[in-house]
Ligand binder design. Sequence first.
Ligand SMILES: Nc1ncnc2c1ncn2[C@@H]1O[C@H](COP(=O)(O)OP(=O)(O)OP(=O)(O)O)[C@@H](O)[C@H]1O
Ligand SMILES: [Mg+2]
Length: 296
Amino acid sequence: MIDQAAKLREMMRAKHKDEVEKNHNKKARVLAISSGKGGVGKTNFAINFSISLRRLGYDVVILDADIGLSNIEIISGVSLNSSLSDIVFANKDIFEIMGNGPEGVKIISGGSGLKELKLLDGDNFNKLIGEIEKLQAATDFIVIDTGAGISKSVINFVMTADEVIIICTPDPTSLMDSYTLIKSLVYTGFTGKINIVSNLVSNRNEGRDIFNKLHNTVENFLRVQIEYFGYIERNRLIRNAVINQVPFIISHPKDPNAKRINIMAMNYLDAKFSPLEKGRTSFAKRILDIFVKRGD
Ligand SMILES: Nc1ncnc2c1ncn2[C@@H]1O[C@H](COP(=O)(O)OP(=O)(O)OP(=O)(O)O)[C@@H](O)[C@H]1O
Ligand SMILES: [Mg+2]
């Protein structure tokens, strides 16, 4: 029997392929992956979700915005020699600083060089804007792997995105910290869609439970809507995949968690999307704002 998810994927691929081919001048949809608490599975989700989008026929660039240890490099086994700041300091273009991740997913390191970028003059500022605009026109999705918590840097990165996925676990502190992150985003003026993924759960009900608790609190106290995006069970395979630096969707494509990620990717593509550009500065300018004006 043909695997139903595979059949569905094939249909989706055919449906979207035409659109992708028609679309010479793209405008990437920007998605931030974030969390209140660290170590909850953001990077793991970002890489596997990006591969899933890629398999559906899209161009995906992951922007590794985690300042400090480059998470994506560790999880995907790719090593990046350049970062955004090399556009200015090594005179490279955006395509030269991209690393080749698994299955054609591209990776850009954005985290390092923040301090130097603060010193940009007008010409260099415009050059960087131009390169980021090129990036947005050349890819379908930009997935930003942010750090954890409510530091200014994390909030600023999420604020550049059209939508956010917040990863939450059954740990009560994770629930609390997710709420705090949502509150900070709302207070900072984030108006994009807020999606929740429950990770490290034992079953579907536990995944839903986490969302319901968060949903009730957010609705009562913040009066904004959040959406349930899906769940991923705690699984030894994922732990091993991280240790082996091979994303689990590649090493175990038939694992139920891999199928869940594929379904989330398909739902994401199908969900109504309205970019938040009206009356808003461009993604390129928003990113540069972080580096240049408030890059701490
Ligand atoms: N569903 C899962 N099942 C088992 N282990 C998992 C699962 N999700 C994540 N992990 C484990 O949790 C660890 C942290 O995951 P990951 O690095 O993706 O988290 P993170 O939120 O990006 O962390 P940080 O905040 O440090 O960037 C991984 O090394 C992996 O071992
Ligand atoms: Mg990470």
